[in-house]
Design a protein around this ligand. Sequence first.
Ligand code: COA
Length: 255
Amino acid sequence: MSGVDLSIDGAVATLRLDNPDKLNAFTPDMLAQLDQHCATLERERSVRCVIVAAQPAKAFCAGADIIAWGALSPFDFARHWVRDGHRIFDRLARLSHPTIAAIGAHAFGGGLELATACDIRVMAPRATLALPETQVGIVPGWSGTQRLTRLLPEPVVKEMALFGRRLSAERACALGFAAEVSDDPEATARAMAGKLAGTSPMATEVAKYQIHAAVGEDRSAMIEALGGAMIGASADKAEGVDAFANKRTPEFPGR
Ligand code: COA
């Protein structure tokens, strides 16, 4: 049985791909579970950091399950595979908590797109990144030509998507895509998560909103969320709500 497990240990949540016999390839069940876990995490204020990891296998994730999507009709493929995958990876990318992908082995196709949806990445030295979709007659569908092209130079994404070249951990780190190369990416990710204890949860969340607004990740919602947080703390908002509830004309203090 394939799945994505969610465990919460103190302030650190871990999402772990669990389909090692198929190199952690993403099945429809795994997508649905990731969606549910993101919904849980969105309401979980005790968590300071989310680590995305995988059961040990030759690949962190060898991409979307070729047998599963290969059986879909063209429109089901578009509706329930590409668009659902997009929506769910967007949900992960837009969590208010900082996220770290601990890439212990190869991340191909959807596996690379999953790691790209995290805030930062730590890679094992032997892990490589690839977009092999054209080798199976399709194109990247879960943001490999979009979000990934924001994080890596366009020619590098073309090397991968058009020429099938793999990106080494060392090169990914030199290009800034990976924050660090580590023999134990999950331990390194946990050490990084521990450092968040000394930072303000609210300031961290707002900084993530600002950066997402700058790069166009959910920009319109990020701008309105920043405005909402600012006005939500004002005396004017308190007065407006109180006046409405008490059926009187508001007297806004302007602060
Ligand atoms: N979807 C479904 N099953 C997959 C898979 C995928 N994306 N990637 C690997 N698997 C399965 C294999 O079919 C195999 O299953 P089996 O043991 O029942 O035969 C098992 O995982 C192990 O993979 P295998 O190919 O035997 O390992 P390998 O070490 O020879 O090769 C890869 C590793 C990653 C190079 C190779 O599995 C591969 O190219 N996978 C597909 C990558 C891809 O195209 N991803 C994008 C998909 S859109």
